[in-house]
Write a protein that binds this ligand. Structure first.
Ligand SMILES: Nc1ncnc2c1ncn2[C@@H]1O[C@H](COP(=O)(O)OP(=O)(O)OP(=O)(O)O)[C@@H](O)[C@H]1O
Ligand SMILES: [Mg+2]
Length: 308
């Protein structure tokens, strides 16, 4: 599978042909589909991301989140990227191409951070003292993530695409990074399963589900609220379905039909009596009986209709 220079050089070169003026949008996906072998990941999906938005991409394991991001980075005729978007990409596994160099050497080579600001910046990303002389090959997953995030934020990229950025981060740095992202004025599209992180950073939620993309124009709380509404709708639909597909025994239906016939006869008799009876008190009793027979007949008819 193709690899990307995480801070964008290769990515930005590759997608050069797909750039265009798409107004306020930084990304526009139209009618994109993807399947591996016989497994459809998504079918005819469309989405747009506006400049400056912080968007979380959610979905179950294997739903196609990483695949979608890879398609954006690989370039595709169904995908357009704003002319002035400068993309940086953090891959899910957080790999470096050159690991035989120290943190400080790496930063000196790869960023424009001034020497006297380096220590301060490194400290913000929780690298202290001798840490900065560690080789990249010796870094933990969390240290690698922090280093990549530092470079992305400090190097003038304006569209960050992050695949599970908090996977390796400890809770202290996660809080720092939430603040960093909230201060960042570029666009961010991030994949995450971390609901605290999503809650604190995303302004909009996209979810891959049932081979489609669902767009929730609000934060995680809003998304959760909508999930509850959707669940209620699903439960109601299920109830309706169960009701409509319920099987009634022949015996039950035949008994109902017998009761209906009986009620119809009783109603007929009561009506005849109403015509022939002269005693006022008896007429009142008969008309009350007639009302009650008619109500019972209506109830029986409703039950009978349900069996059809
Ligand atoms: N190159 C490939 N060839 C065949 N199948 C693939 C390939 N890449 C991914 N898949 C399959 O496509 C599905 C989606 O994979 P993808 O990595 O996009 O999921 P994801 O949503 O990122 O999951 P996770 O949350 O676990 O990271 C998976 O079933 C995966 O096995
Ligand atoms: Mg993934």
């Amino acid at each position: 599978m193709a690899r990307y220079h995480f801070y964008g050089e290769d990515v930005n070169k590759k997608i050069a042909a797909l750039r265009g003026n798409i107004g306020k949008r930084v990304l526009k996906v139209e009618n994109l589909s993807k399947a591996f072998d016989n497994k459809i990941l998504f079918n005819n999906i469309s989405l747009e991301i506006i400049k400056g938005e912080k968007v979380a991409l959610l979905g179950a394991n294997g739903s196609g989140k990483t695949t979608l991001v890879n398609m954006i980075l690989e370039g595709n005729p169904h995908i357009k990227i704003a002319e002035n978007a400068n993309i940086a990409y953090l891959d899910q596994n957080c790999e470096f191409e050159n690991t035989d160099t120290t943190i400080i050497q790496y930063l000196e080579k790869e960023t424009n951070i001034k020497y006297d600001e380096l220590r301060h910046t490194l400290a913000r990303y929780h690298f202290y003292g001798e840490d900065v002389n560690k080789k990249i090959s010796a870094l933990s997953g969390g240290e690698k993530s922090r280093l990549k995030l530092l470079i992305m934020i400090s190097n003038g990229f304006n569209f960050l695409i992050l695949d599970e950025p908090t996977n390796h981060l400890d809770i202290e740095f996660k809080e720092v990074f939430e603040n960093v992202l909230n201060e960042f004025d570029g666009t961010v599209l991030f994949i995450s399963h971390d609901r605290y992180f999503i809650n604190n950073t995303a302004q909009r939620i996209l979810e891959i589900k049932n081979q489609r993309i669902y767009d929730y124009n609000g934060d995680y709380e809003y998304y959760k609220g909508k999930q509850v509404e959707d669940t209620i709708v699903i439960i109601e639909e299920k109830k309706e379905y169960e009701k409509s597909s319920k099987k009634y025994s022949n015996n039950y239906i035949q008994n109902l039909e017998k009761e209906i016939k009986t009620m119809e006869n009783l109603i007929e008799t009561s009506k005849e009596k109403l015509h022939t009876e002269n005693d006022y008190n008896k007429l009142v009793i008969i008309s009350k009986e007639l009302d009650s027979f008619e109500n019972t007949l209506n109830e029986l008819m409703e039950k009978w209709l349900e069996t059809n």
